[in-house]
Ligand binder design. Sequence first.
Ligand SMILES: Cc1cc2nc3c(=O)[nH]c(=O)nc-3n(C[C@H](O)[C@H](O)[C@H](O)COP(=O)(O)O)c2cc1C
Length: 199
Amino acid sequence: MSSYFLDSLEQRRTIRIVRNETPISNEKITEIVSKVVKHSPTAFHSQSSTVAILFEEQHKQFWQGVKDLLQEKLSTEQFEVTNKKLSGFQSGYGTILFFDDEAITSTYEKDKPQFKGKFEAWTEQSSGMQQFAVWTALAEQGLAASIQHYNPIVDDLLKEQWDIPASWRLIAQMPFGMAGQEPVQKSFLPIEERVKVFK
Ligand SMILES: Cc1cc2nc3c(=O)[nH]c(=O)nc-3n(C[C@H](O)[C@H](O)[C@H](O)COP(=O)(O)O)c2cc1C
């Protein structure tokens, strides 16, 4: 079966070392991300999933902030390893930050008490759908990326240094750029064990 969509799913990989280069413009990247955010589903179409895009210097500054924070928290030996990993992200072209706007989510929690306790998972799922779609759309354009989770330690840094609304809860960070490494080899469980078919 040939499908451009399915081929793109396969093309998307985790690349943790990225370079400060892009085959497409900032405008095109912004257009792609905006389209994904607009059309990805959210529970009750609340549209609480939000993103911020940091390009070039902003991106570098963000990862420098993460490094500075972690240097304070970790031992010298631990930081050496972490610093190397963070440099692989910082050497990229940009970072997409994924959030949930809790100002929106909390109104749904109040208005729909029958779904008490469900919304937190749904906001993570909605954001995950956006992350996957952005990641795949960037891969289609020749941009490599990975997903990182330095929240909540970076939450204050972001709010202090960037004009991020106070109600936006950080969920994930996606550093991107041209690939600086090959993806690792993946092995797969037999797919029949994961997909049951009844007919
Ligand atoms: C929900 C989720 C959380 C992940 N968190 C991280 C993370 O914090 N750091 C990281 O380097 N990779 C993270 N990954 C990437 C996975 O390790 C990666 O997707 C997996 O090994 C498969 O490799 P692939 O992305 O190349 O297909 C995460 C992936 C998913 C789906």
